[in-house]
Structures are given as structure tokens and as C-alpha cells.
Write a protein of this length. Structure first.
Length: 155
């Protein structure tokens, strides 16, 4: 990992400012904040953790570098959401490490599939999802900026 130490942490309430900052930075760089974004980023425990999901925070040499949430959708299905890596840490495989932690966590809970919504202009992210085994499925969903939906079957 380019001589850096990547550590994946489970979300704690004190991580909320980082969760919000990391996500806002990339959303505002490529898109726009939607009302649901403000609500989830400012209150992640209420919207993700308290409903059976979790959030991972990734550090690089002890610096907060990235994050992703796993949201409970229905029994057997989770959504991989709110993934972001600080631009200065991109290319260091932090996103992949967080994604692998999320997949393992979901599998350990007995999930049958993980879905995600993204945008094809995020070519690096889409390529990573494909390498992890995600396949494109028909699009639906709550985000105006999404133009692709992907699924990873875990069984």
C-alpha cells in the first residue's frame, strides 16, 4: 500500500464530521447535494446504524482518508452507499479495503446481495466495483445523480 498503513475502523459518533466532509467533498466536486444527502450525512447513526447498517472509516497512516456505509434495505439485501476517499489518498487502495470490509461484514450477517447506485462518470469507482464482482442491473432508486445500479450476489 505504498508504504502506508491502512486501517479500517467501525464508525463511532465522533467520526460524523469526517463522514460528512469526505462525502460532501466528492458529491460537490462531481454533482450536487440532494436533501437526502444532508440528512444522512448530518445524522448517520439515525439513518444507517440504528436501522441495522454500519459505517466504515478508513485511515491512512492514522489520517482519516475514506468512508463507506452499508445500509440495511430488507432481509438479505444491503446497500453500499456514501463511499468517499479524500483526493489526497486516492490511488492507495483505501476504497478497495473499505469495500472489502463492507462485503465481509454483509456476508457475515447472512446478506444475499449488496446493491449500489453510482454514476458512470466515476470511472475509477465503477471499475473497482466491477473488479469486486458487482454487475449492472436495471436502474431504479432515490438518487437523481445516479445513472447506474449494480449488484453483488453473495450466495
Amino acid at each position: 500500500m505504498e508504504n502506508g498503513i491502512v486501517e479500517i475502523l467501525t464508525y463511532q459518533p465522533e467520526h460524523q464530521p469526517w463522514f460528512e466532509k469526505l462525502n460532501r467533498d466528492w458529491i460537490e466536486k462531481y454533482f450536487w447535494m440532494e436533501p437526502i444527502d444532508f440528512e444522512v450525512l448530518q445524522h448517520p447513526s439515525e439513518h444507517i446504524v440504528q436501522h441495522g447498517g454500519t459505517i466504515f472509516m478508513g485511515t491512512y497512516n492514522k489520517e482519516m482518508a475514506g468512508t463507506a456505509a452499508v445500509k440495511f434495505i430488507e432481509p438479505g439485501t444491503y446497500e453500499f452507499t456514501k463511499m468517499a476517499v479524500d483526493v489526497k489518498f486516492q490511488g492507495k487502495k483505501i476504497g478497495k479495503a473499505i469495500a472489502q470490509a463492507a462485503i465481509m461484514w454483509s456476508r457475515n450477517l447472512g446478506a444475499k446481495r449488496i446493491i449500489l447506485y453510482s454514476n458512470t462518470k466515476l470511472e475509477t469507482a465503477i471499475a473497482m466495483y466491477r473488479k469486486l464482482g458487482f454487475k449492472e442491473i436495471p436502474l431504479d432508486g432515490p438518487y437523481k445523480r445516479s445513472n447506474i445500479k449494480m449488484e453483488l450476489k453473495l450466495d
